[in-house]
Design a protein around this ligand. Structure first.
Ligand code: NAD
Length: 498
């Protein structure tokens, strides 16, 4: 059976793995490959290779570093179909959606191609008598990224694009559930001309995450995954003196005002709630119609739209979405549906027990709709991460605004309306990090940046864009004077520019 190994020092796979992880094809339910978990010895080797290679990489001028990104971008285009199929076979999302995963990552690589511009510092001439002040951004050194299963291409690229372009050496620990594409991306970076040791991949689970968080050579860690683990990673990394950004889970709300175009809303909602089987941190699993009439009209339109959805294997070009990632997750999502029923929500469409002919072992969950969900329910408060849409009815705008604002997660939110004033008010007041106005999945473009609030994000900087550049670099500020000879008076008070 195919085994996926680490990529250390430009090609080495590390020591033979004592622990292996199964990689499923979620469409068939069969194990299709194994991933060899790396050991702490492997991580030491990767860190040593990174330490050795990084100074020369940081000393390479930014435009030359960017050239590697340009070449990588071209290679990614050439290999797009093959990468999308590989990604879909391990994740379960349909191939067209897998391409989207790659393309959103590619946009961050394109941003990284312009890194020379992003790295320019600040300069003040004549800050004092004969004194100039300037600042520069320097790479942190050896850094790491730990990524989730649901975007195995985009999220590694969110991280390693800006980290490497700014002059760091990057060690990636991808999800152990779908690690093949991350390894292929690292191979393509090498093919694009990246020196060995600047992008390496190690594999594993909590054991490897802890080894990264405790490693003295690693100066910064970027994490994306579920909130409890994000919080843990943040605390342990910071306690070890590292810079950490840790993005967590989500429960995004879509507010539907009475004046919204409901056909457009239903169209947007079906894609945002059920696309990728709901396994997106920017999915829209909660819809909040304002007023009973809006709720009733929306529900009437949603039911046939859901009935028209096609669930299929990831290679089915007509499928709207594929299976969830593994059997445990399927059981978990179906467990949450039962919890919703037990808590008294009205189950309008039940997606449990979906069996696809010819793929009886696949991890499929049908689209599910709940109505009359309330804030006291655990099924509302927690992230389900499956194809489950919950209707929470709100009597007025203020209540609708309060729901996402008070929720423990604060990743994304959307409002659907024709009223500019309501939209503007909503965007200004809602206690959530990313807002869509008639945009259901407001993932910011690569030159802005991505980050949620509350339990959706721990740490100070967002992913990619200028926030990413700030995360992966330290600011150094130089105050300079070039005296024209002769010793000045020695000063015993703190120097001022007065
Ligand atoms: P996860 O938290 O299970 O895993 C994320 C990473 O943590 C993986 O690399 C995994 O190997 C590692 N890990 C697993 N258990 C660990 C433990 N006990 N200690 C330390 N590390 C551990 O997340 P997942 O299931 O792969 O991904 C789905 C989650 O990620 C969802 O909650 C989703 O909302 C979230 N997510 C968030 C964003 C965002 O930007 N906010 C983006 C994508 C996904």
């Amino acid at each position: 059976m195919r085994q996926i190994d680490a990529l250390i020092a430009g090609g080495g796979s590390g020591t033979p793995s004592a622990r292996l992880g199964d990689i499923f094809n979620p469409s068939t339910g069969q194990v299709q490959a194994r991933v060899g978990f790396s050991s702490s010895v492997d991580l030491d080797r990767a860190a040593a290779a990174a330490r050795a290679a990084q100074p020369a990489w940081a000393a390479t001028n930014p435009q030359r570093r960017a050239r590697v990104m340009f070449r990588f971008r071209e290679l990614l285009e050439v290999h797009m179909q093959e990468l999308a199929e590989l990604l879909a076979s391990e994740h379960g999302k349909v191939v067209a959606d897998a391409k989207g995963d790659l393309l959103r990552g590619l946009e961050v690589i394109e941003f990284s191609c312009g890194i020379a511009h992003a790295l320019k510092g600040e300069y003040t001439q004549g800050a004092g008598p004969g004194i100039d002040v300037y600042s520069m951004r320097q790479p942190i050194g050896v850094v790491a990224g730990i990524t989730p299963f649901n975007f195995p291409a985009m999220i590694p690229m969110w991280m390693f694009g800006p980290a490497i372009a700014t002059g760091n050496a990057f060690i990636l620990k991808p999800s152990e559930r779908d690690p093949s594409v991350p390894v292929r991306l690292a191979e393509l970076m090498l093919e694009a001309g990246l020196p060995a040791g600047i992008l390496q991949v190690v594999h594993g689970d909590k054991e490897m995450v802890d080894a990264i968080l405790d490693h003295p050579d690693i100066g910064a860690v970027s994490f994306v995954g579920s909130s409890d683990i994000a919080h843990y990673v943040y605390n342990r990394g910071v306690a070890n003196g590292k810079r950490v950004q840790a993005m967590g889970g989500a429960k995004n709300h879509g507010i539907v005002m009475p004046d919204a175009d409901l056909d457009q809303v239903v169209n947007d909602l079906t894609g945002a709630a059920f696309g990728s089987a709901g396994e997106r941190c920017m999915a829209l699993p909660v819809v909040v119609p304002v007023g009973e009439d809006t709720a009733n009209r929306l529900r009437e339109k949603l039911i046939p739209a859901i009935a028209a959805l096609r669930v299929g294997v990831s290679t089915d070009p007509d499928a709207h979405y594929g299976p969830v990632v593994n059997a445990a997750h399927k059981a978990r999502v179906e467990g949450w549906i039962q919890t919703g029923v037990d808590e008294g929500a009205e189950l309008v469409v039940d997606g449990r027990g979906l069996i696809l002919q010819g793929h009886e072992q696949g991890f499929f969950v049908g689209p599910t709709l709940f109505d009359h969900v309330t804030t006291g329910m655990r099924a509302y408060r927690e992230e389900i991460f499956g194809p489950v849409l919950q209707i929470v009815r709100a009597p007025d705008f203020e209540t609708a605004l309060e729901l996402p604002s008070k929720h423990q997660y604060g990743n994304g939110v959307a409002i659907f309306t024709r009223n500019g004033h309501a939209a503007r008010e909503f965007a200004a007041r809602v206690n959530v990090g990313m807002v869509g106005i008639n945009v259901p999945i407001p993932v910011p473009v690569a030159y802005h940046s991505f980050g949620g609030w509350k339990r959706s994000g721990f740490g100070d900087h967002n992913q990619y864009g200028m926030e990413g550049v700030r995360f992966w670099t330290k600011v150094k500020t130089v105050t300079q004077r070039w005296p024209d000879g002769g010793a000045g008076d020695s000063a015993f008070i703190i120097p001022t520019m007065a």
